[in-house]
Design a protein around this ligand. Structure first.
Ligand SMILES: *[C@@H]1O[C@H](CO)[C@@H](O)[C@H](O)[C@H]1NC(C)=O
Ligand SMILES: *[C@@H]1O[C@H](CO)[C@@H](O)[C@H](O)[C@H]1NC(C)=O
Ligand SMILES: *[C@@H]1O[C@H](CO)[C@@H](O)[C@H](O)[C@H]1NC(C)=O
Length: 280
């Protein structure tokens, strides 16, 4: 894949970019777009990749989940609906590869777990607790209890982060001992988190808030107890887009967001890699 960027910084905070794009799955396209980078106290960390996927016609249902297999450069999209393929497979570059028609009853989550020898994708059912042995998934509002635990992720400090959506909080545990390390509630007074993932550099936790159609980037605290939650950056999506689950490429750091309301998956790329490709 070849990607050429021609950029000119205009007056104020305005950037105009001409992108000559060629993907291996399609003919070269010339696209011209401009976007405003406004001056805000929040940092802007990612930009939408308007070219992903190459053809959005493949989205035919409620796209509730997405899983990235970074090893093989694949993006699995899970959708709900009648008489539609339940899983769509794209490349990270946006080429459509294939659709699966296997029946799944009440799918709610999807994740990819590939090794060098084997490619596998796991689809979870509502209510099933694939998470961690010591998480009993007991319902309640007290610490270490849950009300609709919706998404779970690990960090490099050996902590498990759980989006406890119904309790409007993120709870954090030690991966090995199960010790409760704290909960974040102050960022989620309006609505609980639907999805949690770390950025590739581990600096931020990316949190989807479904009904607010919002992605939050929260500073990841150093190892140990987690303190309070502090939002560094926000991506506000259009009303009723409803970001449900997201996943991050372990290779490029791109974020893929399953938008159950907009019935599509969108890709966000780190802005720093954008400036890197500008320079190269
Ligand atoms: C999967 O289902 C869709 C919609 O019913 C159909 O168009 C497609 O041919 C099927 N694909 C396979 C591989 O069976
Ligand atoms: C779980 O607990 C919450 C809060 O106490 C309650 O609203 C909800 O109905 C409970 N859910 C189940 C499945 O028991
Ligand atoms: C989102 O809104 C719907 C409809 O009002 C509601 O049923 C649902 O519980 C809300 N979900 C969250 C996570 O707040």
């Amino acid at each position: 894949m070849a990607k050429f960027w021609v950029c000119a910084a205009g007056a104020g905070f305005f950037l105009a970019c001409l992108i000559l794009h060629s993907r291996f799955c399609g003919s070269p396209v010339l696209r011209n777009f401009a976007f405003q980078v406004s001056w805000r106290t929040e940092e802007i960390l990612y930009r939408l990749d308007v070219d992903w996927p190459e053809y959005s016609e493949y989205f035919t249902g409620a796209t509730f989940g997405v899983a990235v297999d970074s090893l093989n450069g694949l993006v699995y999209v899970a959708q709900r609906g009648d008489n539609i393929p339940k899983v769509l497979v794209f490349t990270e570059d946006g080429c459509f590869l294939r659709a699966w028609n296997y029946t799944v009853d009440t799918p709610h989550g999807i994740f990819a777990a590939s090794t060098l020898h084997e490619q596998s994708v796991w689809i979870t059912d509502v209510g099933s607790d694939f998470m961690i042995l010591w998480l009993h998934g007991e319902n309640g509002t007290e610490p270490a209890k849950f009300n609709i635990p919706h998404s779970v992720t690990l960090d490099s400090a050996g902590r498990v982060w759980v989006a406890d959506r119904g309790n409007k909080r993120i709870q954090v545990f030690d991966k090995d001992t199960g010790e409760w390390l704290g909960a974040w509630t102050n960022c989620f007074t309006e609505e609980g988190p639907s999805s949690v993932r770390f950025t590739l550099d581990g600096k931020y936790l990316i949190v989807a808030q479904l009904n607010l159609s919002r992605l939050l980037f929260v500073a990841a605290p150093p190892a140990g107890s987690i303190g309070d939650c502090s939002v560094i950056s926000t991506i506000q999506l259009a009303d009723q887009v409803l970001p449900h689950l997201l996943d991050v490429s372990g290779k490029t750091g791109a974020i893929f967001v399953a938008e159950i309301g907009a019935k599509q998956v969108q890709k966000y790329v780190p802005l720093n890699s954008y400036f890197l490709s500008f320079g190269s």
